[in-house]
Design a protein. Structure first.
Length: 649
């Protein structure tokens, strides 16, 4: 190498450096010249003329001034350069301008840059041998180091004989050892395999398409796997519950029979529920989380009517309808006829355990669903219940036409009169919760026969009393509501409960026990009863004498009617309006389908949301990768095109 003639420096890059430079995986080969240009731009290097000005060199004003000899020899190169930068000399990259200056040796700009860089490296190295301030070497040692040449290093660190290499290894003169006949070129070298690039995409189009299709199925496969895992976990959970119930039965604890079914609510709505039998005299439906959806109370029921759908000529799932007096029906859909037989057997055993009777009949499926009293139909019946009660109260005959759009027939009136209210229905009519203290007290007063339900006659008498009754009658009802133990007197504890229930109705800040006690003591003191701990009915009337005007306006507001209590000149509440719903007409089949679709979305909105979120993330990742690969392929094609174009030029 010491005798081999080096190639004269020029501004040209060989094809191996431009086209075949080894690169990362996104490209099989890279262009070093293009990379250097982009590195300069990415790092914010100044343009060619600005860089010359920084190193105190004059700016070029004409393109030919960059390298006159080069452009004279290659005039087409000058035209390509001017066209590439659109004849704007101040836009030339520092790397391009510095390379074009080189012609046999580095040009002015690169000479300054190299000198400045090596000077900075030397001056910044505190271990540099010429640095006297570090105290490592003396002046005599530094002078000896300066006398050492590259020839001395090669001879002392290798097995090369001193006579096999010239003293000045950077230059070769005649009579120097190992002469070279001419400058080394490719024709004098041993032939080797031509370095070629490799196109990963060419010939792999089919595999690429298969890969895209596979990635499209990844979300579906993941969703299927997740669904299977959930089903597996649910089956394991059910087996664990069965084992726990078996252990409880062995230990003597009372067990509860369960069965999974679909509850039919109306024409377009079903929900998956677990039917629980007992342990008390009631049937419960709960959801997957174990929250109670409905209570089918059998406390005051002697006989339960069970209807089975006829499934001889249809492939639809079998139905079971449970019907008790004065409650809407419970319609369940089982998976198979065998599952329905199992359900009926469990129901029969449960009813026998609680000494109830069961009557079974078969009915046509469509007729059964048409006659089933759903919650909506029960609600309409209750609305008629309240309308008829208020109609009788305010002087309208039962079934008398209120509006042209609402006419009741005698059959409907008789059905309404045979209807009774449960505690939950009574609370809903008052717009309160079933467990509210005021509802419990009011229900016990209205339910005179104490059968757990309010008949039409009982409700009518209460409405008449509140609407047309005397103040003393209203006071008597309030007194009875406060008298929990029915001993004819109200003690302070009972009176305090009534006060809390009134505060609960008003939905104001709850009172503490001390505040309630203070309020009651003040009321007792105002009427001179501070020495007593209880009130008789006479004492209660004396205490309420101050509020006699307010008691005139006491009424009972229920669904379907509003009362006006502003006129207190008479002791009669006045009806101002009836809120009667129009009869529901038959819907178009498109609206029925739309209701079915919206009901399905409502029931499965959580699962749909998570599935949609999963698909969006997966598709976004797929699209991002796909666009990235397409851009890389496009850039590679552009580079190859411009490289071939420059080679042809």
């Amino acid at each position: 190498m010491s005798s081999q003639l080096a190639e004269r420096e020029d501004p040209f890059l060989c094809s191996d450096v431009r086209d075949k430079l080894f690169g990362p995986m996104e490209f099989t080969r890279r262009d070093l010249g293009a990379l250097n240009i982009m590195r300069g731009r990415d790092n914010g290097l100044a343009d060619y003329n600005t860089a010359r000005a920084v190193y105190k060199l004059p700016k070029r004003k004409d393109w030919k001034d960059i390298n006159p000899g080069l452009f004279e020899k290659y005039p087409e190169l000058l035209q390509i350069l001017i066209s590439a930068y659109k004849d704007r000399l101040d836009n030339v990259d520092a790397y391009i301008g510095g390379m074009l200056e080189s012609y046999g040796k580095p040009g002015e700009l690169f000479t300054k840059v190299i000198l400045d860089q090596f000077t900075r490296i030397r001056d910044a190295d505190r271990f540099w041998f010429e640095n006297e301030d570090n105290g490592i070497f003396t002046k005599e040692e530094i002078e000896k180091f300066r006398q050492i040449t590259l020839y001395d290093i090669i001879v002392n660190s290798t097995n090369i004989n001193p006579s096999d290499v010239q003293k000045n290894v950077f230059y070769f003169f005649e009579n120097d050892p190992c002469p070279q006949p001419e400058q080394l070129n490719a024709s004098l070298l041993e032939p080797c395999a031509h370095l070629e690039g490799y196109d990963y995409f060419s010939g792999s189009e089919l595999a690429y398409i298969y890969a895209c299709v596979f990635l499209g199925f990844v979300p579906i496969l993941c969703a299927t796997a997740g669904y299977c895992v959930v089903k597996l976990q649910n089956s394991r959970r059910r087996r664990l519950k069965v084992k726990q119930e078996t252990m409880r039965s062995k230990s003597g604890k009372q067990t509860v029979d369960k069965m999974i079914a679909r509850e039919w609510l109306h024409a377009n709505h079903k929900r998956l529920v677990t039917v629980k039998f007992g342990p008390e005299s009631a049937i419960y439906t709960v959801d997957r989380k174990g929250e109670k959806l409905r209570t089918f109370n059998l406390k005051n029921v002697e006989t339960m009517h069970v209807e089975l759908s006829q499934e001889s000529y249809t492939k639809k799932r079998p139905l079971v309808l449970l019907r008790i007096y004065n409650d809407h029906d419970l319609v369940l859909e089982l998976e198979t006829v065998g599952a329905r037989r199992k359900f009926v057997k469990k129901l029969e055993d449960f009813l026998m355990l609680h000494k109830k009777e069961m009557s079974i009949s078969e009915q046509n499926r469509e007729m059964m669903l048409a006659r089933a009293e759903t919650r909506e139909r029960r609600q309409k019946k209750l609305e008629h219940f309240f309308r008829e009660a208020y109609a009788l109260t305010f002087g309208l005959r039962p079934g008398e036409r209120r509006r042209r759009s609402d006419a009741s027939n005698d059959g409907e009136v008789m059905t309404v009169m045979r209807t009774s209210l449960s505690k939950s229905e009574f609370a809903a009519a008052l717009g309160m919760k079933a467990d509210a203290m005021f509802v419990r007290k009011m229900f016990n007063i209205v339910d005179k026969d104490q059968d757990g339900r309010i008949s039409f006659q009982e409700f009518l008498e209460t409405v008449v009393l509140f609407s047309r009754g005397k103040t003393e009658d209203k006071l008597r009802i309030i007194f009875d509501m406060c008298d929990n133990d029915r001993n004819g007197v109200i003690d302070k504890a009972e009176f305090g409960e009534m006060m809390r229930s009134l505060v609960e109705i008003a939905r104001t800040t709850s009172l503490t026990d001390d505040q309630v006690t203070e309020l009651i003591d003040g009321m007792f003191s105002d009427v001179g009863l501070e020495h007593k701990n209880h009130l008789t009915y006479k004492d209660f009337k004396e205490m309420m004498k101050e509020y006699k005007g307010e008691f005139v306006a006491i009424g009972l507001d229920c669904k379907g009617a509003k009362q006006n209590f502003l006129d207190t000149s008479t002791n009669i509440a006045r009806m101002t309006s009836f809120a009667i719903e129009p009869t529901e007409s038959e819907k178009h089949w498109i609206l029925v389908k739309w209701d079915t679709y919206t009901t399905f979305l409502e029931e499965n909105r959580q699962n749909i949301f998570y599935l949609f979120l999963f698909y969006v993330i997966t598709i976004a990742l797929f699209v991002e990768r796909f666009i990235r690969e397409c851009l890389l392929i496009f850039l590679r094609a552009c580079i190859i095109f411009f490289s071939n174009y420059l080679e042809t030029i």
